[in-house]
Design a protein around this ligand. Structure first.
Ligand code: ADP
Length: 250
């Protein structure tokens, strides 16, 4: 579904992503692991159009999408989740989901989704969809809570919920488990598995929690120093000498 070929991203003279090549299979939940500073987030940001690459190529279904802006990728169904923007924290959980575009497209669709909220409160269909999403994610009891009052894990579920309000095909999730308790992490994992199985979402997940990776992800890709060290099952990755060396070296 996604092919990354010899991707590089430099910051000044520093090579954050240094010739990374990998493939993401349609229908997979691919895990991206690696020590801090490996270049995982930078790789995500380049694929998702948040940062321009220095060189290299990204294709989606054979089409060159290298360097396309986020709103164009968004239209193709490629989404990267972001923390709930500050200005949305005083709105309720349900309102956050309802900031969806009507008949807009292109850049304005992305802007509405990401930057400037327009609540389509009058649209019964949107309301129904938001409630379905809340139920699916088992956070319907929080629908009238202000987003800013949610715990870290609940916010992650809301971020996931926003991808369900549009037609996502592939979703990039950065550090789902950071600061999230085990129970909520399991709920997030359940939601990801169900979205994958029932709605056909492909996921790429950066995560440090190996139990979470073991439960959800196959294949797993390990990066270090801007390069892809190995790709395979978690067991294969754990047994890979380059991976062991990269982790021991930090
Ligand atoms: P990871 O997500 O694997 O922890 P990152 O992609 O966040 O790694 O970072 C990779 C390297 O690139 C780190 O050394 C980081 O300091 C550096 N880096 C990331 N973003 C920038 C930036 N905007 N400017 C300069 N260096 C950066």
């Amino acid at each position: 579904m996604i092919e990354v070929k010899d991707l590089r991203k430099q910051f000044g003279g520093f090579h954050a992503v240094d010739g990374a090549s990998l493939s993401i299979n349609e229908g997979s939940i691919t895990g991206l692991i690696g020590p801090n500073g490996a270049g995982k987030t930078t790789l995500f940001n380049v694929i998702a159009g948040v940062l321009p690459p220095t060189s290299g190529q990204v294709t989606m279904g054979g089409e060159d999408i290298t360097g396309l802006p986020p709103h164009e990728l968004f239209e193709k169904g490629l989404l990267r989740t972001f923390q709930i923007a500050h200005e949305f924290s005083s709105m309720t959980v349900r309102e956050n989901l309802m900031m969806v575009p009507g008949a807009q497209s292109g850049e304005s669709l992305w802007n509405t989704w990401f930057h400037r909220g327009q609540i389509a409160l009058e649209e019964a269909a949107t309301l129904k969809k938001a409630d379905e999403v809340l139920e699916f994610l088992t956070i319907d009891h929080l629908k009238n809570e202000k987003a800013g009052n949610l715990s870290g894990g609940q916010k992650k579920l809301l971020e996931l919920g926003r991808t369900m309000m549009v037609d996502a095909k592939i979703v990039f999730l950065d550090e789902v488990g950071a600061g999230v308790n085990r129970t909520l992490l399991n709920t997030i994992g359940d939601a990801i598995i169900r979205l994958n199985k029932e709605r056909g979402y492909t996921f790429v997940v950066i995560e440090h929690d190996m139990d979470f990776i073991a439960r959800l992800c196959e294949p797993v890709i390990c990066m270090a120093e801007g390069k892809v060290l190995a790709q395979g099952t978690l067991d294969e990755i754990k047994a890979n000498e380059h991976v062991i060396e990269a982790y021991l070296g930090t």
